[in-house]
Write a protein that binds this ligand. Structure first.
Ligand code: MF3
Ligand code: CO
Ligand code: CO
Length: 260
């Protein structure tokens, strides 16, 4: 497994793409309410990316994916296809946005509560975000991906949740999904050593029940086999000389106003 090291010029393009992806999540946030359908959310994001950002929604037609964002509900794990399902109180939803600007990708997702979530849904969502942030905060030159995966897994499992094994984070740049694979589980001291200039995603999927998943007949939507709830958060990050830069960070995360 190898990873591309981005040049300063490429890093600047990754910053722009990351910012645009984050902006889409900010734009869509006030619309994520009971009564709206996930295809209405898709349409709003599509039009914003194409018409306002002059960018490309990467999922559209990616390996045959039919929509511009992924909308993943409740016991779905990832890659939910927007459709005519109306959001209703008690749902939890992940919206995953990837944009291409000037040939470079920015990839990020966040969770939403529709109305008041159950105590379990809230705890799962919070622990999953903690898993992502624990991983991100470890990123620096010299650390190994196994160290990060292990820390993420430990946090999820110490909360009696499980980490999905079948889907991982990924290197990202001109290519949507490139090496390395960023596993959200693993052993300390194993895996690739990180170097300055690498860009990749950290996007743990955490299940309230067992880690096993299956894909629905639509060939995209991944669900938990035991139908337990699942949560996911995602950021695109850059390895800097002394740590990490989150390329998809939103203001609500910077100023602490993110309510989860
Ligand atoms: N955005 C997803 C990821 O984080 C990938 C979606 S691929 C799609 O890697 F085709 F389902 F959109
Ligand atoms: Co991703
Ligand atoms: Co994504």
């Amino acid at each position: 497994m190898s990873a591309t090291i981005k040049s300063p010029d490429e890093i600047q393009k990754m910053r722009v793409a990351g910012r645009l992806a984050a902006d889409v999540l900010d734009m869509i946030t006030p619309h994520v309410q009971a009564g709206i359908t996930t295809e209405e959310l898709d349409r709003l994001c599509h039009d914003y990316i194409v018409n306002e950002q002059r960018a490309i929604p990467a999922p559209l037609n990616y390996r045959g994916f039919p929509k511009s964002i992924c909308t993943t509900l409740n016991h779905q794990v990832c890659h939910g296809i927007p459709g005519d399902r109306k959001l209703k109180k008690g749902d939890i939803l992940n919206v995953d946005v990837t944009v291409i600007k000037d040939e470079y990708h920015g990839d990020t997702s966040k969770m939403f509560y529709i109305g008041e979530p159950s105590i379990l849904a809230r705890r799962l969502t919070r622990v999953c975000r903690e898993c992502m942030m624990i991983g991100i905060e470890m990123v620096r030159p010299g650390i190994r991906l196994g160290d990060i995966g292990h820390a993420i897994q430990k946090h999820a499992e110490s909360n009696r949740f499980s980490v999905v094994r079948d889907y991982c984070g990924h290197g990202i740049g001109r290519v949507f999904h490139e090496d390395p694979q960023v596993k959200h589980y693993g052993k300390p001291g194993e895996g690739m050593v990180l170097q300055e200039g690498m860009t990749f995603t950290i996007e743990p999927m955490v299940n309230a029940g067992k880690h096993t998943v299956k894909t629905l007949p639509d060939q995209w939507t991944v669900v938990t086999r035991d139908r337990s709830l699942s949560a996911q958060w995602e950021h695109t990050v850059l390895v800097t000389s002394d740590g990490v830069e989150i390329l998809t960070l939103r203001d609500e995360e910077r100023d602490g106003s993110l309510a989860i």
